[in-house]
Design a protein around this ligand. Structure first.
Ligand code: PMT
Length: 406
């Protein structure tokens, strides 16, 4: 999987810098080409001579070569690489990356990077647990970067035992896993709905819900990372929710009706569809033209049912198409999810319950159960990025089974 891959390895000033030699050895053994970019502090921990001997390439540290004054182009490195790995990544580098402080060659290379970026933090637990470090890691993750942590491979939901850099063989395994998945959905078209819908009451008020779009965006990134072309139909989410991946085309809508129209049009063109949006089931029967004034009396808003997007797409489903739904429940979780699986003609349904701490709306984590007509798999609490991997693995398994039986 790493054969012929071009990896930019960023090394920063941590005691774990010596482990980057082991990372280089393994990457090269597996056929990758490695270009080291090191920070000035990194050079205090490991010498460029050792690194260039291992990679058979001069190590880049300054903007200009000290030997002949040639300019090192961070832009060219950003275009050359298939992946950038920063290991070890100190709290300082993580902070600079999250905030675009481009004061050394490593950060400018990161900011110009077109390829996926993997970050293996290395620091003591107090620094790691500090809210600013945690916030910076979350920011980097929300930009689509992959955080590699001890034990989990990727960003964990708990702090215990964290901070120490993941072992070199596991870091390399994360890259291998990434590249093995990267092509698995190449050429496939996937429709994903995300976020809430807003149903207007008057020009200033609406009926909505707490969905942030995080789960749907994580799914879109995961499918895009595996090579799929994604149509992301998304309700009103915060401006911090941005798509970066070139394979994702975002279509913004506001109401359930608008989401329905877009989905109905897109669905026949799709191989797979994942309905993660929290769609309002009802909308006000009439929308006031002007702001409704307070009269002192109570008021009644009459609601009419919205289209059930999932059920409509379930009816339109053709052989070879895969339809995945979500069920957000507060009670009788499994039986409600089973009923939705059947009624909406889903291939499988992802159940998340508001009874589980850290699951559902707005959180960075989720706890899911994947239910098919004849199976049930429960997963522990994970980040929404990790949850997406489990869901998309299941999607690919179902697609594979369908292809076999055809
Ligand atoms: O966005 P986040 O803050 O990250 O939160 C994620 C989430 C909690 C919104 C997500 O994980 C989730 O559970 N999404 C589905 C929420 C929901 O509306 O569930 P439901 O049980 O009401 O709907 C069942 C299925 O039918 C869903 O796939 C839903 O998208 C779909 N549906 C529902 C109503 C409707 N009118 N049309 C639909 O397509």
């Amino acid at each position: 999987m790493l054969q012929g891959k071009k990896i930019v390895l960023g090394i920063t000033g941590s005691i774990a810098a010596y482990k980057s030699c082991l990372i280089i050895r393994q990457l090269i053994k597996k056929g990758a080409e490695v270009q080291v970019v090191i920070t000035p502090a990194g050079k205090e921990f490991i010498t460029p001579i050792t690194l260039s001997a291992l990679t058979s390439k001069p190590v880049i540290s300054e903007f200009f070569s000290q030997r002949d004054g040639t300019w090192h182009s961070h832009v060219d490195l950003g275009l050359w690489a298939d992946a950038m790995l920063i290991a070890p990544a100190t709290a300082s580098t993580i902070g600079k990356m999250a905030n675009g402080v481009a004061d050394n060659m490593l950060i400018t290379t990161y900011l110009s990077m077109k390829a996926p970026v993997f970050i293996a933090p290395a620091m003591d637990l107090d620094m790691y647990a500090h809210p600013s470090t945690q916030q910076n890691l979350k920011t980097l993750q929300s930009y689509g970067n992959h955080i590699i942590e001890p034990g989990t491979g990727f960003l964990a939901s708990k702090l215990e035992g964290k901070g120490r850099m993941e072992e070199p063989e596991n870091i390399v395994a994360c890259l291998e896993q990434f590249f093995s998945r990267q092509e698995s959905m190449k050429g496939k078209k996937v429709l994903i709905t995300a976020g809430p819908t807003y149903e207007k009451i008057d020009p200033v008020r609406f009926i909505g819900n707490y969905s942030s779009g995080k789960m749907g965006f994580a799914l879109a990134n995961e499918c895009a990372n595996r090579g799929a072309q994604v149509e992301l139909v998304c309700g009103p989410v915060s401006s911090s929710m941005q798509v970066k991946h070139p394979n994702i085309h975002r279509i913004d809508i506001e109401s359930a009706k608008e989401m329905y129209e877009v989905c109905k049009e897109q669905y026949p063109l799709m191989d797979s569809t994942i309905l993660c949006a929290a769609v309002a089931d009802f909308a006000p029967e009439t929308v006031a033209d002007q702001k409704i004034k307070r009269t002192g009396d109570g008021m009644v808003i009459r609601l009419k049912p919205n289209p059930d997007i999932a059920a409509s797409l379930g009816q339109m489903k053709k052989e070879g198409q895969t339809l995945v739904g979500f069920a957000l429940e507060t009670n009788d979780e499994e039986s409600n999810a089973q009923a939705k699986l059947k009624k909406k003609n889903f291939d499988f349904i992802v159940l998340n319950s508001l009874k589980d701490k850290g699951a559902g709306f707005r959180t960075d984590t989720n706890k899911i159960t994947i239910i098919t007509a004849d199976s049930k798999k429960e997963y522990p609490l994970k980040t929404k990025e990790e949850v997406s991997k489990d869901i998309v693995d299941e999607l690919e398994a179902v697609i594979g089974q369908k292809a076999e039986t055809r």
